[in-house]
Structures are given as structure tokens and as C-alpha cells.
Design a protein around this ligand. Structure first.
Ligand SMILES: Nc1ncnc2c1ncn2[C@@H]1O[C@H](COP(=O)(O)OP(=O)(O)OP(=O)(O)O)[C@@H](O)[C@H]1O
Length: 221
């Protein structure tokens, strides 16, 4: 079976920590799965997610994406651009660009035609229900709207896999529900989704939950 993501024996330490941030973490996410990673603050959830996106160096272990194991930064960067969408707790939108320009950003270098980029950015904004706000700058959007623009940006290159780090962490209940519904809809349409979350209600809506404590991973029933 080919997994969307297969992490094997991941070990990562940071200076000054009593135990590794990731302590032999192995985790396979099937194509089309929806997984929540939960655990206490500082337990290693974000580190696990970043490792799955090839964003951090590891002391041991390996990560395969759709059966391929990228080697080195350039290999990972190419793979991320085409296969992986990333959403962070803070939206990291560029403040001087409009919503549609922000969504266009990851396509630069992937899609040569500017008109094709804009058309796809508009389509991604439509997918998150924000067509009407395409020309607004982030300062003119609510927190929930900004996070939906960040999700549209993550969808820009039509990734097979969406990795989201506390995507609802800064949102009120109504906006959190809307973002989770959006992620569930993307998953229902075939995207593999991995969400790091503190919120048990968000985790309960994912097909599967794993828990990390002190860098060690356990499967939840
Ligand atoms: N770049 C870094 N330099 C030093 N220590 C780090 C770094 N990144 C993470 N850590 C440490 O590694 C541990 C795991 O961090 P991580 O961000 O993965 O936890 P988390 O479970 O996502 O926490 P939270 O829920 O608070 O976001 C923490 O003790 C954190 O302080």
C-alpha cells in the first residue's frame, strides 16, 4: 500500500531539552485519510508536522510522501510545491498584497502563465467562500477570513496533502467550525488532511487521532 505520508523512526532533539522533541515517532497516513495530532503544549506536535513536510532536519528516521523519500532540501522544496499544502496557526499572509495575490504566491515558479495563476487563485478563494473579498488586503479581513485565505493559498497548487498546524487555534467557535467543515470537505473530495490541534472537538471530527506526549506517539482508540 502506498501511503500519502509514511514517517519511520523520527528522532529530533533541540538543545537544552530533557528528552527529544520527537522520540522514534512512526506514523503512516493513508491516501485520503484525515488525521488529528493532539497532545499537551510542547509535546512535539508541530515538530512532527514540520518533519512530515521536510521542513526540519532529523537526527534519525525518514519520511516518504506518496512512496517517495525526498533527499535534501531542493528535493523537498520541489515536492512541497507540488504535493503539500501548509497552513499555520498564524496565517502568515503578506500584508501589502491582496487576498488573491497572496493565494497566487505559491504558484509563482510552478505555473508560468500569470492569467492561469490568477484564475486558479480566484477558484481557490471561491472554494473557501471568499470570492467577494479577493481584492482586500489582510488588514481588511477578519481572523477567520484570513485563515480561510491561508487555506486557499495552501490549495493553490492543488496539493494531494494538506498539513495544518492549529488552523483553528486563534479562531472563535463559529469560525473554527467553518474552517473544520472546509477541511472535512477537502478531505471528502480526496485530499489527505493532517491537523495539529489542541481542540478535542476538532480532533473528534477527524477519522483518526494520535496523541504525542514528551515526543512519543500513541494511537487513540
Ligand atoms: N526551533 C526550536 N529550537 C529549540 N527548541 C524547539 C524548537 N522548536 C521546538 N522546540 C521545542 O521542542 C518541543 C516540542 O515543540 P513543538 O512546537 O513541536 O510542540 P507542540 O506540541 O507543537 O506545542 P504547542 O502545542 O505549544 O504548539 C518544545 O519543548 C519546544 O520548546
Amino acid at each position: 500500500m502506498t501511503f500519502a505520508i509514511e514517517a519511520r523512526g523520527l528522532v529530533k532533539s533541540f538543545p537544552g531539552m530533557e528528552h527529544p522533541a520527537l522520540d522514534h515517532v512512526s506514523l503512516s497516513v493513508p491516501e485520503g485519510g484525515m488525521l488529528a495530532i493532539t497532545g499537551p503544549s510542547g509535546s512535539g506536535k508541530s515538530t512532527a508536522l514540520y518533519a512530515m513536510a521536510g521542513l526540519i532536519g532529523l537526527e534519525a528516521g525518514s519520511v516518504s510522501v506518496q512512496g517517495k523519500t525526498p533527499r535534501g532540501r531542493a528535493d523537498w522544496a520541489r515536492l512541497r510545491a507540488r504535493k503539500i499544502g501548509l497552513v499555520f496557526q498564524d496565517d502568515w499572509l503578506l500584508p501589502t498584497l491582496s487576498a488573491v495575490q497572496n493565494v497566487e504566491m505559491p504558484m509563482i515558479g510552478v505555473e508560468r502563465s500569470a492569467s492561469a495563476r490568477i484564475a486558479r487563485a480566484q477558484a481557490a478563494l471561491a472554494e473557501v467562500g471568499l470570492s467577494a473579498h479577493a481584492e482586500r488586503n489582510p488588514a481588511g479581513l477578519s481572523g477567520g477570513e484570513r485563515q480561510r485565505v491561508a487555506i486557499a493559498r495552501a490549495l493553490a497548487n492543488r496539493p494531494a496533502i494538506l498539513l495544518a498546524d492549529e488552523p483553528t487555534g486563534e479562531l472563535d467557535t463559529a469560525n473554527s467550525t467553518r474552517v473544520v467543515e472546509l477541511l472535512k470537505g477537502l478531505n471528502a473530495a480526496g485530499t489527505t488532511v493532517v491537523i495539529v490541534t489542541h481542540d478535542p472537538d476538532v480532533a473528534a471530527q477527524c477519522g483518526r487521532e494520535v496523541h504525542i506526549v514528551d515526543g512519543k506517539l500513541e494511537e487513540m482508540a
